[in-house]
Design a protein around this ligand. Structure first.
Ligand code: SIN
Length: 514
């Protein structure tokens, strides 16, 4: 393997084989690139599980400005309006690009794209494929396109463990595979590693997504942004399986309602009811569960007997759990679903480390603010992959020396998961965050398999502790109101560790600035 791989040294390296990574590789073609994937392409990317589809203003009654207004409203004052506008104006052509690459979107009998509705969208603008199998279909087409593009070399079974950085510039990637450690030389690296669901017990993400990209960037000295904003999906199937089966918001878009064990629609009084912004729905369900109720999705009337045709993946999962959604209530509870925070990037996907880009869920562009609007994230990944590729292509490859391969442990979040699940869920408070910080600090400073997940958890906990307000998906019982000024948060690992040490030794938050 090493002889082959060395002949690719110097090429841009894409870490991650989900939609963001594949699209970046395709946009870079014919420039030769190396794409590193932990698993066989498509096997463990959260992209493949996406049900909701891609949001784009394609309807005759729609406009990118209307899409932008919905995005900003859901983002609760924290979106970067300029970048959001750029991304959402580019969304319709991103859908066209995917169709050109062979994605078979759902269409009406007349052949136009079928547009679905999801929470907090005031128009039907969600493009789906295969009903609730959008991610699977997009991945099928992109994996096929990548496999038939000779300039893209896919190296599967390789896990990136550290970035080599000198004078704030990337020099390559230390990685591990079944044959041992290897160093990939490159001054251009793109993180497309997905999210953090594996750091939580209740998640709709693959458990292998445990913030590896955040750890790589943080240990390289990059600035991370808005880490405290974690989205919990209101409707995951409440059963024994982990990760949990998502029940798409599109089911509510087609008329399903949420009830408790008495049959009461307890969300009815919210503005937008079951289709209110996701953070509001998730929090209300969480409170109802905490008050001893059980919560169900009722799809018996709408979509009713067409459920299995419209949502075949969900129907299959329900059937496996002994539930027929056309006739039975579906037990639900919220689960970690998406991370709005990530590696801070500019409009070209550049991070604060020279030669390091980030794309997809691992990046924080500023589009999502404090609460992501449903189905904006796949759109963001596809749109931004083009900009990242243009920026990478415009950055000349420079020679750099190979470095000796080094061993780093494979991250294992098992000891971190209970801490984050307890302190960084839907409802947070300062005391619990402080206790978590104390527990995470020694793990993050250690050198074993818990170190990277703990470092990521510690950064999230610091960001959550320092945000002394409630906004979007970040809700603090000890600070239940909005702050006066909406401010995005930015943090490096060094700052987080220094703050945590200071805090651990003084046991007080006084003097810590937001
Ligand atoms: C869903 O289908 O409800 C999820 C869509 C999304 O998270 O964007």
């Amino acid at each position: 393997m090493s002889a082959d791989v060395r002949s690719f040294f110097g090429r841009p390296i894409i870490i991650g084989g989900g939609i963001a990574g594949l699209m970046t590789a395709l946009h870079l073609a014919p420039e030769p690139v190396l794409l590193l994937s932990r698993t066989p392409l498509g096997a463990d990317a959260s992209s493949i599980w996406a049900q909701g589809g891609l949001a784009a203003s394609l309807g005759n009654d729609d406009d990118p400005e209307v899409h932008l207004a919905d995005t900003l409203a859901a983002g609760d004052g924290l979106c970067d309006a300029e970048i959001a506008s750029r991304i959402l104006h580019a969304a319709p052509s991103a859908i066209e690009t995917l169709a050109t690459l062979g994605v078979r979107f759902d269409r009406t009998p007349e052949g136009t794209l079928r547009l679905g509705l999801e929470a907090a969208h005031c128009r039907r603008r969600i493009v789906h494929a295969g009903g609730d199998g959008s991610g699977r279909e997009v991945m099928r087409a992109l994996v096929a396109a990548v496999r038939s593009t000779p300039s893209i070399v896919v190296v599967e079974g390789v896990e990136a463990r550290r970035l080599a950085v000198k004078e704030n510039a990337v020099r390559g990637v230390w990685a591990s595979c079944s044959m041992g450690s290897i160093f990939f030389v490159s001054r251009r690296v793109i993180l497309a590693t997905g999210g953090i669901g594996g750091l939580f017990f209740d998640t709709t993400n693959p458990l292998g997504s445990c913030g590896q990209g955040l750890a790589l960037a943080a240990r390289a000295g990059a600035v991370l942004a808005d880490l405290e904003f974690i989205q919990f999906h209101p409707t995951a199937l409440d059963g024994p399986d982990r990760p949990m089966q998502l029940i798409s918001e599109a089911v509510r878009g087609e008329g399903a309602v949420i009830v408790d064990e008495t049959g009461q629609r307890f969300l009815e009084d919210l503005q937008g009811a079951e289709l209110a912004p996701r953070d509001v729905v998730a929090r209300t369900i969480w409170n109802h569960l905490s008050n001893g109720h059980r919560v169900f999705l009722d799809a018996r009337e709408k979509p009713g007997t067409t459920f299995a045709r419209q949502f075949p993946t969900i129907a299959r999962a329900c059937r496996d759990a002994g539930i027929d959604p056309a006739y039975d209530l579906i037990p639900i509870r919220p689960a970690q679903h998406y991370h709005m925070g990530g590696v801070a990037v500019d409009g070209a996907g550049r991070t604060s480390v020279s030669g390091l880009w980030a794309c997809g869920e691992v990046a924080s562009t500023g589009l999502h603010g404090a609460n992501r609007l449903a189905s904006n994230s796949l759109t963001e990944a596809v749109v931004c992959a083009r900009w990242v590729a243009e920026s990478v292509a415009g950055t000349p490859a420079r020679r750099t020396k190979p470095v000796v391969a080094r061993d780093y442990p494979s991250p294992d979040p098992i000891s971190v998961r209970p801490l984050l699940s307890n302190a960084l869920g839907i409802v947070r408070n300062g005391e619990c965050l402080k206790a978590t910080l104390r527990a995470l600090l020694p793990l993050a400073e250690g050198k074993d398999a818990a170190a990277d997940p703990a470092a990521v958890g510690l950064m999230i906990a610091i960001a959550a502790l320092l945000r002394q307000e409630s906004r979007g998906a970040h809700y603090r019982t000890d600070f239940p109101d909005h702050g006066v000024v909406a401010r995005r948060s930015r943090l490096t690992l060094d700052q987080a560790l220094a703050t945590a040490r200071e805090f651990a030794s003084s046991s007080t938050l006084e003097g810590l600035e937001q």
